[in-house]
Design a protein around this ligand. Structure first.
Ligand SMILES: Cc1cc2nc3c(=O)[nH]c(=O)nc-3n(C[C@H](O)[C@H](O)[C@H](O)COP(=O)(O)O)c2cc1C
Length: 369
């Protein structure tokens, strides 16, 4: 019997050739929100990696929605045009389906790139004022501007406009970022949402804006294309967003036509105590899957083929997401396939690297000959 990892999986009208997702990974290498040469190499190599799905990094729906000035965006024509050749490469040469994560950074925005330690960039030095549900700054960052209903309506429109651009580009799957302490997570978590209106207070109220964004994006995104949501399943802080909250959120998302939930965690506040260990977030994916029946993606320190296979075979998740491991070893899916006795996708140009072609002389021109 074949492995689960290399079995196909259907999300609405999209057939994934296998269960390996390359998680979204910010590269801090965009200019004016436009992807460029680095992304062609990075996403191109992920597209030919043998993974079933590659999700393009968190892409902002407006300028203030970026985390750093080097984050990508998809709010103007120039950004849309810059993505086109990268997607064309992935389509022509890759085996993976291509999705995109769309985001607003909320109260964490206006910082330097990761390798410059995400230090605050003040407005006077070219930064911007972050947006948030409540006037509670992330420590050592610019105090946010509190969103009023007009601001929230504008944001919903920005999410919709980005969704339309993504569709026009032929992106096949969309993921809304509602994790890691960014805007939608700011609304969900009681640690960062202390509003007194219909968008704060009870869990139902705190979920209202993220669900409104979901509904608007779902309506603008074609019915045959899958839409998922990345959540922080817990805040890792007493009194913060909890797994129970996530079960309620996932159930509400499912009822609205959400196709999958990726169970990440943390990011709301620096006091979090994250118990990171191999597969440490898998129990969240499992609990959400069992309680709601929604397709879940397990992510976080999944590094070994057998580990990934066991997660799927044990019914703990439907897909596995890999991030850092794929940067370290972009051929991980090939190696996993060999270990699990499966065939795998490779571009014709690299055919002679296939294990069946690596022994003996190099003069045989192709596998079929
Ligand atoms: C360089 C880098 C950039 C990341 N950028 C994003 C992002 O844009 N959106 C997101 O939801 N998660 C992001 N993450 C989190 C990963 O998608 C993933 O959830 C996390 O790294 C845990 O998986 P891993 O142990 O396989 O790396 C990023 C992680 C890394 C290492």
């Amino acid at each position: 019997m074949g492995s689960m990892l290399f079995s196909p999986y259907r999300l609405r009208g999209l057939e994934l050739p296998n269960r390996i997702m390359v998680g979204p990974m910010g590269q801090y290498s965009a200019r004016d929100g436009c992807l460029g040469a680095w992304h062609l190499m990075h996403l191109g190599s992920m597209a030919i990696s043998g993974a079933g799905l590659v999700v393009i990094e968190a892409t902002a729906v407006n300028p203030e929605g970026r985390l750093s000035p080097r984050d990508p965006g998809l709010w103007n024509d120039e950004q849309e045009a810059a993505l086109a050749p990268i997607l064309a490469f992935c389509r022509e040469f890759g085996g993976a389906r291509i999705g995109m994560q769309i985001t607003h950074s909320g109260r964490k925005g206006s910082v330097s790139v990761a390798w410059e330690h995400q230090r605050v960039i003040p407005v006077e030095q070219g930064g911007w004022v972050p947006r948030a549900p409540s006037p509670i700054p992330y420590p050592r960052r610019t105090p946010p501007l509190v969103l009023d209903e007009d601001g929230m309506d504008g944001l919903v429109r920005d999410f919709v406009a980005t969704t339309r651009r993504a569709d026009r580009l032929g992106i096949e799957l969309l993921e809304i970022h509602s994790a890691h302490g960014y805007l939608l997570h700011n609304f969900l978590s009681p640690l960062t949402n202390q509003r007194g209106d219909a968008y704060g207070g009870s869990r139902e109220n705190r979920m209202r804006f993220p669900l409104a964004v979901f509904d608007a994006v779902r309506s603008a995104w074609p019915a045959h294309k899958p839409l998922g949501v990345r959540i922080s399943a817990v805040d890792w802080v007493d009194g913060g967003w909890s797994l129970d909250d996530s079960l309620a959120y996932a159930a509400a998302l499912k009822a609205r036509g959400c196709d999958y939930v990726t169970a990440s965690s943390g990011g709301a506040v620096p006091e979090q105590k994250i118990a990171a260990a191999p597969g440490y977030q898998v129990p969240f994916a499992e609990a959400i899957r069992r309680a709601t029946g929604i397709c879940t993606v397990a992510v976080g320190l999944i590094t070994e083929p057998r580990q990934a296979e066991d997660i799927l075979a044990g019914g703990r998740a439907d897909l596995v997401g890999l991030a850092r491991r794929m940067l370290y070893d972009p051929r991980w899916p090939w190696h996993a396939a060999v270990e699990l006795g499966e065939e795998f996708f490779y571009p014709k140009q690299y055919e002679r690297a296939h294990p069946s072609m690596q022994s003996g002389d190099f003069l045989r021109p192709s596998r079929a000959a």
